[in-house]
Design a protein. Structure first.
Length: 261
């Protein structure tokens, strides 16, 4: 896989909720090489504090060099990144990892919480492959309206019908996005793509298996290097062996993973 380390310029900063941020960079080499499901490692400080880069799934990327990430402020590192301004430069390493296997069959994209982030790039690329002939849909879930609504327009532009669920019922259907998935009449050749909290992905793995649908999941993990050196992102596979999210994933076949309930 081709990887680059670039000084990327921030071209847009969007505060989409009180703690959800979207950053757009001009990152020509990484953006043009990126595939849906891959991620980048970003140095959030100007010096050596924090020392380690932070991983972020690629939210959107274009051949023209536009790269986007979407994240929630959860700690010191993400708070520092959220505080940068348009025109600032950051060091980005990527694209990293194995992305989604794209298909021309019907699809169902399921994103929950911050797992919504990589779904936009995937929906965009799948829409481009189909030249306007959309066979599938996108399901988005969040705790509240503000975790979903600011991104709705971007997903609708991909051409896919979008269904929404929120835990509190403030937007779309009340409840979990898995409940919407359970009600859908999907063809047997449908491919399911999923990213979100661990319990949600575990449920999607079971629901897809019960319907004999192929399901790919994007697994999130803390990691220090993103290149397989630190072994900090090890996960147990269904066969009992260990896999590394940064190298073997982050996208896996749902049937290959060991899920806990």
């Amino acid at each position: 896989m081709t990887q680059f380390q670039e000084k990327a310029t921030v071209t847009r900063r969007e505060l989409l909720s009180s703690d959800n941020v979207r950053l757009t960079f001009q990152s020509a080499k990484i953006a043009s090489a990126a595939e849906p499901g891959q991620f980048v490692m970003i140095r959030v400080g100007a010096g050596k504090d924090p020392l380690l880069r932070r991983p972020f799934s690629i939210h959107q990327a274009t051949a023209e060099g536009t790269l986007q990430i979407y994240f929630k402020v959860v700690g010191r590192g993400t708070a520092m990144l959220a505080g940068i301004r348009e025109g600032d430069e950051v060091s980005i390493l990527g694209p990293l990892g194995r992305g989604f296997q794209l298909t021309d069959s019907p699809v169902c994209l399921v994103g929950g919480g911050l797992g919504i982030a990589p779904m936009l790039f995937l929906a965009t690329r799948l829409g481009e492959r189909r030249s306007g002939q959309i066979h599938g849909r996108v399901l988005l879930g969040g705790r509240t309206r503000m975790e979903v609504e600011p991104l709705l327009g971007d997903f609708e532009q991909t051409g896919f019908p979008v269904l929404v669920a929120t835990d509190d019922g403030s937007f779309g259907q009340r409840g979990f996005v898995t409940a919407i998935f359970s009600t859908l009449d999907l063809p047997p050749d449908c491919t399911v793509y999923c990213c979100g909290p661990e319990p949600m992905m575990a449920s999607m793995a079971v629901l897809s298996r019960e319907r004999h649908l192929h399901c790919q999941v994007s697994v999130e993990s803390a990691m220090a290097c993103g290149m397989g050196a630190c072994l900090g992102c090890s996960r147990t596979a269904r066969n009992g062996e260990y896999v590394h999210v940064c190298l073997d994933g982050p996208v896996f076949d749902a049937e290959d993973m060991a899920w806990t309930f």
